[in-house]
Ligand binder design. Sequence first.
Ligand code: SDX
Length: 446
Amino acid sequence: MSETTSATAGNPAPSAAKTVTLTDNSTGKTYTFPVLEGTVGPRVIDIRKLYAETGYFTYDPGFTSTGSCQSQITFIDGDEGVLLHRGYAIEDLAERCDFPEVAYLLLYGELPTREQLTKFETTITRHTMVHEQLSSLFRGFRRDAHPMAVMCGVLGAMSAFYHDSTDIDDPTQRMIASHRLVAKIPTIAAMAYKYSVGQPFVYPRNDLDYAANFLSMCFAVPCERYQPNPIVAKAMDRILILHADHEQNASTSTVRLAGSSGANPFACIAAGIASLWGPAHGGANEAVLKMLTEIGKPERIPEFVRRAKDRNDPFRLMGFGHRVYKNFDPRAQVMRKTCHEVLGELGIEDEPLLNIAMELERIALSDDYFIEKKLYPNVDFYSGIILKAIGFPTTMFTVLFAVARTVGWIAQWKEMIEDPSQKIGRPRQLYTGEPRRVFVSLEKRG
Ligand code: SDX
């Protein structure tokens, strides 16, 4: 018996190819559930009626085997090391597009024509300035505040500024909010950096493209004219592409869950930034640089590899491993190539941290522990070396990840809002606490 599921806006009805049957051995009862098949990738068992029919919840902390939604934005094949955005391979996009083109693809579902791209770039450029009062928000932070803390605060505050783009039921307002977030996130990130180094904020320049404008807002000073190095601007653009979206990762799932209640889109992005900050997720790029700096010289690598393999030592090789990739992270491959290109073109031939990173990668990839556990370098392993060469402090690395990922977050948020089958996210649990017990008054407690 097979059932077909109803189509949802933007998502074709996955064909219910087959069914699976579950037998409850405690009662002998059997239950049948539809199997849904997407375009590519693993099929899913549709368990939406499981609890109603069986009285059971599923149990999957960390959601290692759980599909939370249907999506058409990004596909990852972790075993093959494949990453597609709307069907296009990340290697092609990184090599042949610029970030605005990829942002358009993620938001609209198709690569833009020349006319569409020009219109999109003009729209984004014309939204790069922030409300002037937003700049006074920064003064409430200590200068030594972590820039990610500032980003959480300022993005959340944006929900108090743009009331004409928060009716999430209005598709026009959803797109305006999307354009505003893609356009203003680099401006806010640059302001967080400038505030941390005590320099004046630099306004966006409409004569520069997205990546070059971001570099200008970060590194220009009022005392002299700044022209971004084209090599560095291209590397920045490619880094933004490589970090733009990545399926239902922790921060994207956070944005979707926050958005599922109908929350303000700017506040949902602030929630995504908070999740990305963790060292197990986007904070890993900063942690990789700290680790490489702590290793200090190639001779100390074996000591750190030993610690990473020791189950009693909480130390992990930052920038290695991934929940989905059990092969090379294709982004890490492109990032490594870009790292060599940028350092070479900047004349930084003998970058000690790069030498340590390359030797660490060589040793780890030949070590049985990493081979058995399929731990490969991920997107964060090389990105920090490039960002350091460009001139960013390590505290800005995750901020740059957030700049790139904002378009992915908002594209996923839009897809969720526009999916008529979406409901507020509300997982259940396995309760292991106290059963109901008699209340004891304060006087009678021991
Ligand atoms: C990102 O989800 C995404 O798509 C995220 C991301 C995106 O674009 O959004 O790709 C960006 O977050 C990349 C990951 C960046 N994080 C790091 O580099 C931090 C170091 N890596 C890990 O902490 C870990 O690999 C995770 C968090 C990335 C994945 O962890 P999982 O999937 O929960 O796997 P696990 O912790 O269960 O590890 C499986 C085994 C464990 O050993 P056993 O308990 O089976 O004996 O592998 C070991 C782990 O101890 N292991 C590592 C390791 N990563 C996993 N051992 C040493 N060093 C590591 N880095």
